[in-house]
Design a protein around this ligand. Structure first.
Ligand code: CMP
Length: 138
């Protein structure tokens, strides 16, 4: 079933000039870009995006990281887009979980600075897309 997912190429991905490689992997997988924007995110949007992590030990550092510089926000569309992007991203921990061949497995060492974010469910995707791209509609 066709669905949408929200993807971020986080500030570390932009700073390390990995945007082209990551977008290429998305396109080669067969997912379609329906929105794409380079922006530096406000503290409010960062808090809204990561609300479920409030109170966790890494939360303050995560907010500082995600607001630290420009990132790329994108909406992808395709069959099982949520799971398909998470497959090519690899697990959150880029060393213990992400396998070689995935974005994190190939390019990341840090669990925080792990290059990309992808919605974890269609419900999260709907909420995150409304937050990042309020004009996109459904
Ligand atoms: P993401 O997929 O964007 O979802 C939440 C983010 O919090 C995650 O990627 C990491 O950037 C960060 N994160 C999750 N767990 C940890 C952790 N144990 N230590 C530091 N950062 C974390």
């Amino acid at each position: 079933m066709t669905e949408r997912t929200l993807v971020l190429i986080k500030p570390d991905g932009v700073a390390r000039s990995l945007v082209g490689d990551i977008l290429s992997r998305i396109e080669r997988k067969g997912l379609t870009l329906v929105a794409l924007e380079l922006k530096t995110v406000s503290d409010d949007v960062a808090r809204g995006h990561y609300a479920e992590h409030e109170g966790k030990p890494f939360y303050p550092s995560l907010l500082e990281f995600i607001t630290s510089g420009p990132l790329v926000a994108a909406v992808l569309e395709g069959p099982r887009a949520v799971a398909a992007f998470r497959q090519i991203a690899g697990g959150t921990d880029p060393v213990e979980k992400a396998v070689p061949g995935t974005i994190r497995g190939d390019f990341a060492l840090s669990t925080q600075n792990n290059l990309v974010h992808g919605s974890d469910s269609p419900e999260s995707a709907e909420r995150e897309i409304a937050l990042w791209f309020p004009d996109l509609g459904v």
